[in-house]
Design a protein around this ligand. Structure first.
Ligand code: PEP
Ligand code: MG
Length: 542
């Protein structure tokens, strides 16, 4: 038995069998992906090829020292292939000609080169075909940031374990197949942790856990209350975990008595408690816990792990179903927030030095206007049946809001022209996720109906702490006064201009801060479904 102490990022306890994810690449999955900007995609491809060449030369040097020239030669051959003009031109032409993505271009070019080599009549040359295939896989892995993984089909429910789990890897598994998540990298506000909480799956980040393929099939206990991962537990440990699991379930049942109660303090101040959702099941979880609405529908979760963009009809259907499930309750749909740790093969991004500071969220939507327009039209179509609000993420300036609203208006005109039924959203809001937006929130307030504070990104950008990087954990004071003062400033500015203000980042569920948020006059807290009842309890105690 081996126990590892880490950070609990999603509560609960689970026991089960481990499945180690090594992120294999599946080149076929990119065949239908198209890109908006071929030249940008070529730059992305060439960047990945250069990285691969650097890696291969590093491997060559190491192999030369440890095993001699013959063994090292293979890496030299691979790196030369990636610098071959014909090979590079073949990939460029494919991207320009068919607007395919870099992953598909490299796969197809490698296939063609392997065929040509096979036809050479020389066994030695024909064998180089497998080298081309090998090297293309390396490039794809780089392009994907090793983000592709297994298919998600498992015979029994599993505990996923990996160095780093991306939301799209996690989403490949059916909820019923997932018992818990364990990774070496990540943080409480990384999106996989957020996903785990929204799915009510225990999750622990354990940086010291040794990873290998042999882990698959081993028994494991994941304690998302204490942050402990135990591999091959002895009988006594397993029995104790079982007891804690039962006690935790009992506490959850007791909290359920608050489901239909409002979150009102003893002095009569009411805070609306909403839930965060990424799909329709989450919405059921929000209403089951007595959530009064959905304050953040993370619409990008419908795109993650997909090689093809969801169609406008599919999106409209999902949003309509979500709105119907909520009836009179508000559904705040946040427009696409892809980028940083949320990547989707259907929306390939150019590699950037600092993706969290790069083309993400609204910036990406502005660069892919067709994708944005389709999403806006689908939101407008859903607004016919329910109480739908739209919310724009990652705002830093007034002009962005104006432009996003113009896009919304144009989307409405397109529907009007085609006689498709639609309704304007009941409210238009923005996320306050950047220090810039917080500081000028008095100016931004004039242009919108509400603010929702994205404390995850607001913390990341205010403290200059990458929310993905577990090594920064010791610097990350989640109660940092700078962030709390910005939140208070935003609340004051919202109220000065008679709009409401909520918090939809993870701080909203931090019970140590609830009193301060109530004092600041926060009108709404939108939290993962599993936190709704605890939060109601806390506010009713104030
Ligand atoms: C946030 O940044 O606080 C937020 C709610 O958005 P996300 O976590 O999806 O980036
Ligand atoms: Mg955010």
């Amino acid at each position: 038995m081996n126990s590892y102490k880490g950070t609990a990022v999603s509560a609960g306890i689970a026991q089960g069998t481990l499945l180690y994810l090594d992120a294999p690449v599946q080149p076929e999955s990119f065949k239908d992906v198209t890109v908006c900007d071929a030249e940008a995609e070529i730059t992305r491809l060439l960047g990945a090829c250069n990285t691969a060449v650097d890696e291969l030369m590093g491997l060559y040097d190491r192999a030369l020292q440890s095993s001699g020239e013959d063994a090292a030669d293979i890496f030299m051959v691979h790196s030369m292939m990636l610098q071959d003009d014909d090979f590079l031109e073949n990939m460029r032409e494919r991207i320009r000609g068919t607007k395919c993505c870099a992953e598909h271009a490299v796969t197809e070019a490698a296939k063609q080169f392997a065929q040509d080599l096979a036809a050479s009549g020389s066994d030695y040359i024909a064998e180089r075909g497998s080298d081309v295939a090998d090297v293309s896989k390396r490039v794809i892995q780089i392009l994907q940031g090793k983000d592709t993984s297994c298919t998600g089909n498992t015979e029994e429910p599993v505990i996923l374990i990996a160095d780093e789990l991306s939301p799209s890897q996690t989403l490949m598994f059916d909820r019923s197949q997932l018992l818990a998540l364990v990774s070496r990298k990540g943080s409480r506000t990384a999106h996989t942790a957020i996903l785990a909480r929204s799915l009510s799956i225990p999750a622990v980040i354990a940086p010291d856990i040794p990873l290998s393929q042999e882990l698959s099939g081993k028994r494991c206990i994941v304690d998302g209350l204490t942050g402990t991962v135990t591999i091959e537990p002895d009988e006594q440990t397993a029995a104790q975990a079982q007891e804690t699991q039962e006690r935790y379930a009992q506490e959850q049942r007791e909290l359920a008595a608050l489901k239909d109660k409002e979150a009102v303090t003893s002095s009569g101040q009411k805070v609306r408690i909403y839930g965060n959702a990424g799909n329709l099941e989450d919405i059921d979880a929000v209403t089951a816990s007595g959530g009064e609405g959905v304050g953040l529908f993370r619409s990008e979760f419908l795109y993650l792990g997909r090689t093809e963009l969801p169609s406008e009809d599919e999106l409209a259907q999902v949003y309509t179903n979500a709105a119907k499930k909520l009836g009179d309750r508000l559904l705040v749909i946040r427009t696409l927030d892809i980028g940083a740790d949320k990547t989707a093969p259907c929306l390939p991004l150019e590699p950037e030095q600092n993706p969290a500071l790069g083309i993400r969220a609204l910036r990406l939507c502005f660069e892919c206007p067709d994708v944005f327009a389709a999403q806006l039209r689908s939101i407008l179509r859903a607004a016919v049946v329910g109480n739908v609000a739209v919310m724009f993420p990652m705002i830093i300036a007034l002009d962005e809001i104006k432009y996003a609203k113009e896009c919304l208006k144009k989307a409405a005109e397109q529907l009007e022209a085609k006689h498709v039924p639609y309704a304007m959203p009941k409210e238009i809001g923005i996320m306050i996720e950047t220090p810039a937006a917080a500081v000028i929130s008095d100016i931004l307030a004039k242009e919108v109906d509400f603010f929702s504070i994205g404390s995850n990104d607001l913390t990341q950008y205010t403290l200059a702490i990458d929310r993905q990087n577990e090594r920064l954990e010791k610097y990350c004071d989640v109660h940092h006064e700078a962030v709390l003062r910005l939140i208070e400033l935003v609340a004051q500015n919202a109220h000065k201009h008679n709009i409401w203000v909520g918090i939809c980042g993870e701080l909203g569920s931090d019970l140590e801060l609830t009193e301060r948020f109530v004092r600041a006059g926060i009108d709404e807290l939108s939290v993962y479904p599993g936190a709704i009842l605890q939060l109601k309890k806390r506010i009713r105690e104030l």
